[in-house]
Design a protein around this ligand. Structure first.
Ligand SMILES: [Zn+2]
Ligand SMILES: [Zn+2]
Ligand SMILES: [Zn+2]
Ligand SMILES: [Zn+2]
Length: 153
């Protein structure tokens, strides 16, 4: 009888030890997770910063302990054009600057069109035709080549 009792006690002790052992292991694991000597396993990702001067940051994050650091910053927002107010990458919104046009004549040189007057934005490259010149310029009846566009009649 006494033997059984003590065996029960022993089992209880083992159970208790196991319980605290598991607890201790849990704490030990936490200890390892918080350990600065963690052999970091990094995953990399772009994160929005969305300030006027910074678009996104490229960060390395340890999947074991959560430690992270910034590898690089992207300082350039990505707008579709001068009429676009929100960055396509980070969502930062700006006042729309609007296109800044310069104008020039460009040769078309077809039978019906001599030149076109084109407005081109110096900021984003967007352009559109303001008007067409349909009349070729031949200074004399002998001239075969248009002085404006080079079209040969
Ligand atoms: Zn780590
Ligand atoms: Zn941006
Ligand atoms: Zn523009
Ligand atoms: Zn012409």
């Amino acid at each position: 009888m006494k033997f059984i009792k003590s065996k029960k006690l022993l089992m209880l002790c083992i159970a208790t030890f196991t319980f605290f052992g598991v607890l201790f292991d849990v704490f030990a694991i936490n200890e390892v997770l918080m350990d600065k000597n963690c052999e970091h396993i990094y995953s990399y990702s772009w994160e929005d910063v969305a300030t006027s001067s910074i678009c996104q940051k490229y960060i390395a994050t340890c999947s074991r302990c959560g430690y992270s650091y910034v590898i690089a910053y992207d300082y350039e927002h990505n707008y579709t054009d001068c009429e676009d107010s929100s960055c396509n990458d980070c969502g930062y919104t700006r006042p729309i600057p609007g296109h800044s046009y310069s104008y020039s004549w460009v040769s078309v040189s077809t039978a019906s069109i001599c030149q076109k007057y084109v407005a081109t934005c110096s900021r984003c490259g967007y352009s559109y035709v303001v008007s067409y010149d349909y009349v070729h310029y031949y200074p004399s009846s002998n001239t075969q080549v248009c002085r404006d566009c080079g079209y040969v009649r």
